[in-house]
Design a binder for this molecule. Structure first.
Ligand SMILES: NC(=O)c1ccc[n+]([C@@H]2O[C@H](COP(=O)([O-])OP(=O)(O)OC[C@H]3O[C@@H](n4cnc5c(N)ncnc54)[C@H](O)[C@@H]3O)[C@@H](O)[C@H]2O)c1
Length: 278
């Protein structure tokens, strides 16, 4: 089975590869022989990722996945430098953005917690939706969904032009099923699954497999923005009793992208410690 998981000489584009899960995914593909293109908003962090990858050649590139012209330019550079794309991992994602109502929601949550701590009835509603501005909604959808679409389109253009198959893996989330989290985030992560299923059908005849991985809570910098009491209550609800580490998610991504998963397309691979079942 090990050789089926080889990416020797394959060109693997990982978005949001500057840190967290994306960095672990980039390192994993590099360790399996892939030539990794690490795309990220933060060019220095993408460069650090590539510096930590074995093998090569690899490429670090600044790219805002929510901007289609930026994505097209980045993929042109990937193809010119490393060759046609074999694998795309749509990992770049954000959970909050300016003007998305999070500040108001956290303030309301603190007020409600104070009411509970004082032993009184909790009368404060922890509203989020009504405080979310258009700009905040669009920022999260722009990265999580527009970005996945722009990158999938460029990756498939490259695969089709090179007349070869390939594999696309997009990172969804347990939130797609549980509904836990903010409305922009849950909606975007559920949309990833719809996109995955649609493209799996459309691209199967071209030998391109399309799958999603739905991680549960994973210990990455994105968690820094979440109150500690939420993290503790999330961990208490996970049957395996803890968050994932990024390398565990990278294993799932590499497997489903590889020839070892040659009959998997349109699937959602859950890696969530047993908390939800798709
Ligand atoms: N950490 C978790 O618990 C968890 C759980 C389920 C799903 N996810 C998903 O996994 C993915 C990775 O999450 P993470 O925890 O590693 O996040 P993270 O915040 O640690 O890292 C995200 C990376 O994406 C980059 N990025 C953000 N916006 C970008 C843009 N517009 N263009 C290009 N790059 C951009 C950031 O610079 C950063 O390097 C995300 O899609 C996230 O929604 C995370």
């Amino acid at each position: 089975m090990a050789e089926l998981q080889s990416f020797e000489g394959k060109v693997v584009v990982v978005t949001g590869a500057g840190r967290g899960m994306g960095r672990a995914i980039a390192e994993k593909f590099a360790s399996l022989g892939g030539r990794v293109a690490a795309l990220d908003l933060n060019a220095d962090e993408a460069q650090e990722t590539v510096a930590g990858c074995t093998g090569g050649p690899h490429l670090a590139k600044a790219c805002d996945v929510s901007n289609s012209a930026d994505v097209a330019a980045a993929f042109r550079e990937v193809v010119d430098t490393l060759g046609a794309v074999d694998v795309l991992v749509n990992n770049a994602g954000i959970g909050r953005a300016p003007d998305d109502g999070s500040d108001e929601m956290y303030a309301l949550m603190a007020k409600r917690n104070e009411e509970l701590a004082a032993g009184g009835p909790a009368t404060t509603h922890v509203d989020h939706l009504i405080h979310m501005q258009d700009a905040g909604w669009k920022s999260v959808m722009g990265v999580n969904i527009d970005g996945a679409f722009y990158c999938a389109r460029e990756a498939v253009r490259s695969m089709v032009a090179a007349e070869k198959g390939g594999s696309i893996v997009s990172i969804s989330s347990t939130s797609a099923q549980s509904g836990e989290g903010a409305v922009h985030y849950c909606t975007s992560k559920a949309a990833i699954i719809g996109m995955t299923r649609c493209l799996a059908g459309e691209l199967a005849g071209r030998g391109i497999r399309v799958n999603a991985v739905a991680p549960g809570p994973t210990n990455t910098p994105i968690m820094a923005g979440i109150p500690q009491e939420w993290i503790q209550s999330m961990e208490a609800d996970i049957p395996l009793g803890r968050m994932a580490v990024p390398a565990e998610i990278a294993e799932a991504v590499a497997w489903v992208a590889s020839d070892a998963a040659s009959f998997c397309t349109g699937s959602v691979l859950v890696a969530n410690g047993g908390s939800y079942f798709f």
